[in-house]
Design a protein around this ligand. Structure first.
Ligand SMILES: [Cu+2]
Length: 206
């Protein structure tokens, strides 16, 4: 159906180009084309991942709806976290999943990007506080967690020292699938509550 609509829109654009006012024709044309743009056109490009992460992405896709996340115990921390080299977005944190051994199927954190006043799922994160008793950095998907680092104030108390690992399952990160900040995500001016952190997200802060 959509390709047919797009073809009709393009044809009407050609007809409009015969209209005397070029400006008016261009403006009308833009409106017509925008109205038939496919719904997915504004969706983030999905990164290529291993079969294991692909399966996890399918399992977690239900959380594209933040209401589903809330019902499952992932609560919004309200603020959008910004770094000099990119942003993480808004973290939804499920404290009931905290433990010393990270479960590959159950990240403690979901991350959302503010887009047009709404939240779009972009990444997931595992977070293991030192208070769980772990001493060495955990590993998942052949990656070693970052840290230990202090809690990210004011979203967390500074004393919440932890290891963490981010995976950009739902939005391509030019810095890498496991890198903390994504330069294509921006909080400033997009969300009423923004925390700007000075340190690069992956740098251990002792
Ligand atoms: Cu994060």
């Amino acid at each position: 159906m959509k390709p047919v609509l797009t073809a009709i829109a393009r044809a009407s654009c050609r007809t409009l180009s015969l209209v005397e006012s070029r400006w008016l024709a261009a403006a009308l044309c833009a409106v017509i084309l925008a109205s038939v743009a496919p719904a997915g056109a504004h969706e983030a490009k999905l990164p290529e991942v291993s079969a294991e992460l692909e399966a996890l992405r399918a399992k977690l896709a239900k959380y594209k709806d933040p209401m589903v996340a809330i019902r499952d115990g992932y609560f919004s921390t309200l603020t959008c976290v910004q770094y000099p080299d990119g942003a993480m977005g808004v973290h939804f944190f499920n404290t009931s999943l905290i433990g010393p051994t990270p479960d590959p199927d159950k990240p403690q954190v979901l991350m959302y990007e503010p887009v047009g006043g709404k939240l779009r799922l972009i990444a997931i994160e595992w977070l293991v506080p030192l208070a769980t008793g772990i001493e060495e950095a955990p590993r998942l998907f052949e990656q070693t967690f970052h840290g230990p680092m202090p809690g990210h104030y004011p979203v967390m108390p500074k004393g919440l020292r932890h290891y963490d690992m981010h995976v950009w399952l739902f939005k391509e990160n030019p810095n890498g699938l496991f890198y903390g900040a994504n330069p294509t995500v921006n909080c400033v001016g997009k969300w009423p509550y923004v925390v700007e952190e000075a340190h690069r997200s992956d740098a251990p802060m002792e």
